[in-house]
Design a binder for this molecule. Structure first.
Ligand code: NI
Length: 167
């Protein structure tokens, strides 16, 4: 396993539509393990493959609903959002590829994510609140969309404020 380099704006790979994954082999598994390690080292709550320079439809998320809970790891390949709630909520986001910037983004409150696991088996995840927000942020990366595109307000928070914002 290895920590990969995170790429930053304006790196062109962040603006490309990522390719669907069709081969579930050793190389993919290595990429997944590397992305998990990179996410933990950052540290962050979500990472999409284009953020390590790989234009493929793969996201990893590690997030705990609350402090008592152990963080849960999600690895989703070729993810698709279904059943987005009509109800939306504004929340503050940041991104490992856009250091030092925060923004307010309106996101669906709940949704279902369909995709494949690392073995190519179909999976379905129901998410709401912050987890739903993280999925929307990471899946946007696979379309070349950044949170600053959707933000109604962006600013440079103080380091203390930044530490409070999951990215
Ligand atoms: Ni991001």
């Amino acid at each position: 396993m290895a920590i990969r380099n995170i790429v930053y704006v304006p790196e062109p790979v962040l603006r490309k539509k990522a390719h669907k994954i069709t081969t579930f082999d050793k190389d993919l598994n290595e990429l997944i393990e590397d992305m998990i390690e990179t996410l933990r080292a950052a540290p962050g709550v979500g990472l999409a493959a284009p953020q390590v320079g790989i234009s493929q439809q793969l996201i990893v998320i590690e997030y705990a609903e609350n402090e008592e809970q152990k963080p849960k790891l999600y690895v989703v390949i070729n993810p698709d959002i279904t059943k987005p709630s009509e109800e939306k909520e504004i929340g503050v986001e940041a991104c490992l590829s856009i250091p030092g910037i925060a923004g307010e983004v309106d996101r669906h409150l709940s949704l279902t994510v369909k995709g494949l696991n690392r073995f190519g088996k179909p999976i379905k995840i129901k998410a709401s609140g912050w987890l739903a927000r993280i999925f929307q942020h990471e899946i946007d990366h696979l379309e070349g969309v950044l949170f600053t595109d959707r933000a109604t307000r962006v600013w440079r928070p103080s380091p203390e404020e930044m530490a409070e914002i999951p990215d």
